[in-house]
Design a protein around this ligand. Sequence first.
Ligand SMILES: C[S@@+](CC[C@H](N)C(=O)[O-])C[C@H]1O[C@@H](n2cnc3c(N)ncnc32)[C@H](O)[C@@H]1O
Length: 357
Amino acid sequence: MPAAALGTAEWYRHFGTVDAPGSSPCYADWSLHIADDPELIARIDQWPYNKRQPLLMLAAARFLGAKVSPYPEFRAFLDEHWAEVSRTVMSRATQTNEVGRCATLLPSLAAIAAAEGRPLALIEVGASAGLALFPDRYSYEFDDGVTVTRLGPGGCRERRGPDVSGGPPVGSDGLPEPPVLRCRTAGPVPLPVSLPEVVWRAGIDLNPLDVRNPDDVAWLEALIWPEQEFRRERLRRAIAVAREHPPLLVAGDLNEQLLPLAGQAPADAALVVFHSAVMGYVSTDGRARFRAAIQGLTHDRGCHWLSNEGETVIIQEDGSAVVPEMDPGRLRGNFLLLHNGQPVAITGPHGQSLDWL
Ligand SMILES: C[S@@+](CC[C@H](N)C(=O)[O-])C[C@H]1O[C@@H](n2cnc3c(N)ncnc32)[C@H](O)[C@@H]1O
């Protein structure tokens, strides 16, 4: 969501020039054409503002069967299915559950567990289907261009050289093969030697998605950008992992549910509250209240806070999104990871890169 209310055409143009290129040539092309299509913009403008979001409209069309195609074909699809597209847009929300983000959170989670000397209890706010609550169940490949570090539930191994073929050790116990989360690193990333232990996990979402519900799973797949088959594949694998023991997900607003849920976390575990790609959907006032609640939890419970969000919605102490020490050019199109309010890394929005500060 843009921080300031963009006009709809500008919003699609921004998506087509900033967000989509490099990830989805098809979405970039469709969005730019939509921005120049006043008749379609007028139809989109009949939806409430937060429903005009490009990714929501494009995902709704894909959910209903729109194929990667030149714009005129896509436009014809929209004309033919407009009533269903509208219904889907009104009944669904952008709830992309990007499991790749676990790769950018993992070093911080492992560092917290090591510093605390105890296992973790995780609360994710804005959890969608809760797939980021299983960082201990996935496999990772961190690549700094020279060294590839692999970590997985079956143990860890490290090897040098750019050849990463072969994949991590998986699946000997009959459990679902975990997704392999690949992440480019730069700077002094504190890569762990093993995965942290997680003894309790829970999430909060306005509308938790259920990994056992085929419709919810189809919507999660539709939210992935068309050309990114590798993301769909890792989503499917992560869903299979989550289905083994579906996480506790509480329906409701993060500000209302956080404290009661934190009260259920085991007292002998190190509590980490985290969120990715959520604060853009929360009002400025809601973000300020959330920050205050986290500060209370930090004080009373020694909780850690990991925030992985876009540059416009980072929550600073003074309520602003300005990070004085940060070059805004470096942040554009990326997320900033903060640990207890302090910037620690610039992260790729889908977890594809981790640039330690
Ligand atoms: C873009 S998704 C990101 C999901 C997940 N954090 C991830 O990184 O994969 C944002 C999620 O935040 C949830 N959300 C937005 N505002 C919320 C609020 N006030 N309270 C709880 N959840 C919220 C949405 O329902 C949605 O599932």
